[in-house]
Write a protein that binds this ligand. Structure first.
Ligand code: AGP
Length: 608
């Protein structure tokens, strides 16, 4: 989820580009760069880190130009380095582009272009676009762009400038938001209106496969086949704060609602077309080691630990490899046993959690192969692991992890399918798993569409002092995660427990003041969970059940039911956690808590 701003007009481009991109730093900030056309030359500066670092590299020669593009990066392909920072240019340096999205077929295109003699400077997928445009350029930049984009598979939001058409700023969109701002004798392009709000509130939202050709005085919009399209002009009503949150009250709610898209992004380009076969670029060189591993230890903290527990269940059930999940803070100090053939799987959204990083060092010291699952490209854990898989979830700003959790489960499932392919597990490969996974983003959206039912329940229980969350099997880690969400943002004491374990102690807590959330999806242990519901009800406890649609019996047995679509057991956690995320969010808001920055907590715990 990178930030893009482009400008063409009668004013100097530099201040507009820098002010604009600063508004987008929350979207990703591991590197940045800009290009400006001045005296028939494209001058370019790039840096690693925040925009402040980029400003240090921009000298007075950047002050004159009136057309330019700027980018702040959230790395997906290639570490955050100056070479990988955008803008990227073609061989001649006469075309400069900034890109937001993922080019799925970039490896194929890069190989083809290299064969044609193109020289690449970066490891990114984005650079391919600049060379592809160059290969088609015959005098009009927009014609070359249209022809190039027909060869691209994947998502893009693009802003392009060219020395051979120096008065034109080209914008193109497929799958990544891109907006054109309309001013007096000036036009803007941005991935997020926050960047241009101080200059104009008149915008045009590009749709997929559309291209805008912008000059100081003109805007032309066409489809990828150069068919003219008329676009309506919208007036932005929101204030800046609302825009950065995409119109949501908090980053946490925005990130909960991003999940249908982040789940699609987690799968993007990782399945062989229409099959169960999973390819994970980051593991390609390690397939031999992964084929022979005999034991997996998962180390993580917090929400990532909860995701790891789901990973344990899915890998043991479908691959028959013994897995254990360890709190990183415990693992690092207890002199763990690591024998030949052990792989340590390190899960961390931030990739900087001190305990998890230390646990990884301990495992490395003992000779384990290290595989990381991180969200932040270039983070310490991602860089130091032997191999890894990225979530592609974009920056997670809210301290309470939501979209990262569901993407972690998805990536763990992709890893399970990958290992099944590498280890020849035929029964897994012949299953319908891939199609079930592809249904999940739409099913998540169905649950989000029922948010008002969750708000009603939140209103009834926002004054509670305690909550108990119960689940069995794949839903036991979800019970832990639901309790963690509630306690960390609403400050209500909440415990997650294996449902059957309740009779070994927690049942003493049950009375009419104890709301109990029970995940009761119709899986292999459903009958058992019904008896747990009875145990709670006979002691006066209030039961909020998460159940599958078409389950008509359960509403008679509990106080409230939140329904979720049916899926296979192994994928149920991605669905059953959504109501729990929203329940925690709304209770916290009703209690007046600072949802995005809860007391005592940090987004990444980089200290012991
Ligand atoms: C989860 O909502 C919390 N913010 C916290 O438990 C978090 O999951 C934990 O600190 C681990 O963070 P990491 O995934 O970045 O390593």
């Amino acid at each position: 989820m990178c930030g893009i701003v482009g400008y063409v007009g009668e004013n100097k481009a530099r201040p507009i580009l820098i002010n604009g991109i600063r508004r987008l730093e929350y979207r990703g900030y591991d590197s940045a760069g800009l290009s400006i056309i001045k005296d028939n030359e494209i001058i370019c500066a790039k840096s690693v880190g925040y925009i402040d670092e980029l400003e240090k590299k921009i000298d007075s020669k950047f002050n004159e130009g009136t057309i330019g593009i700027v980018h702040t990066r959230w790395a997906t392909h290639g570490a955050p380095t100056v070479e990988n920072a955008h803008p990227h240019c073609d061989c001649s340096g006469r075309i400069s582009i900034v890109h937001n999205g993922i080019i799925e077929n970039y490896k194929y295109l890069k190989a083809k272009l290299e064969k044609e003699g193109h020289i690449f400077k970066s490891e990114t997928d984005s650079e391919v676009i600049a060379h592809l445009i160059e290969s088609y350029f015959e005098g009009k930049i927009e014609d070359a762009v249209r022809r190039a984009l027909k060869e691209v598979d994947g998502a893009y939001g693009l802003a392009i400038i060219s020395l051979d058409d120096p008065g034109k700023l080209i914008a193109a969109r497929r799958g990544s938001p891109l907006i054109v701002g309309i001013g007096k004798r000036e036009h803007f392009v941005t991935s997020d209106v926050a960047a241009i709000l101080e200059y104009t509130r008149e915008v045009v939202y590009l749709d997929d496969n559309e291209i805008a050709v912008l000059t100081m005085d003109k805007m032309e919009t066409t489809d990828i086949n150069n068919v003219q399209i008329s676009k309506s002009i919208d007036e932005i009503q929101w204030n800046l704060d609302k825009i950065e949150k995409g119109g949501y009250e908090h980053f946490m709610l925005k990130e909960i609602y991003e999940q249908p898209q982040t789940l699609r992004d987690a799968m993007l380009g990782r399945f062989e077309k229409d099959s169960n076969l999973v390819h994970l670029g980051g593991l390609k060189e390690k397939e031999n080691i992964l084929r022979d591993i005999r034991r997996i230890i998962i180390v993580a903290c917090g929400t990532s630990w909860n995701a790891g527990l789901i990973g344990e269940y899915m890998i043991e059930e479908h691959l028959g490899i013994p897995v254990e999940v360890e709190y990183a803070s415990e693992f690092r100090y207890r002199n763990p046993i690591i024998e030949e053939g052990t792989m340590v799987l390190v899960i961390s959204q931030s990739g900087e959690t001190a305990d998890t990083l230390a646990a990884m060092h301990e495992a490395k010291k003992k000779g384990a192969a290290i595989l990381s699952i991180c969200n932040v490209v270039g983070s310490s854990i991602a860089r130091e692991a032997d191999c890894g898989i990225f979530l592609h979830a974009g920056p997670e700003i809210g301290v309470a992890s939501t979209k990262a959790f569901t993407s972690q489960i998805t990536v763990l499932f992709l890893l399970t399918l990958f290992l099944a392919r590498v280890r020849g597990k035929k029964e897994v490969l012949s299953s319908d798993f891939a199609n079930k996974l592809r249904e999940i983003p739409g099913q998540v959206q169905q649950i989000l569409d029922r948010e008002d039912q969750i708000i009603k329940i939140a209103q009834l229980y926002s004054d509670s002092d305690n909550f108990l969350y119960l689940g069995r099997g794949y839903n036991y880690p979800v019970a832990l995660e639901g309790a963690l969400k509630l306690k960390e943002i609403s400050y209500i004491h909440a415990e997650g427990y294996p449902a059957a374990e309740m009779k070994h102690g927690p049942i003493a807590l049950i009375d009419k003041n104890m709301p109990v959330v029970i995940i009761a999806t119709t899986d292999s242990v459903y009958a058992k969970i019904l008896s747990n519901i009875e145990e709670v009800r006979t002691r006066g406890g209030k039961v909020i059940a998460i159940a599958n649609e078409h389950n008509n019996e359960i509403s008679e047995m509990v106080d409230h039911v939140l329904y979720i679509p049916e899926t296979i057991d192994v994928l149920t956690p991605i669905l059953s956690v959504i109501p729990l995320q929203l329940l925690a969010y709304h209770i916290a808001v009703m209690r007046g808590c600072d949802v995005d920055k809860p007391r005592n907590l940090a987004k990444s715990v980089t200290v012991e």
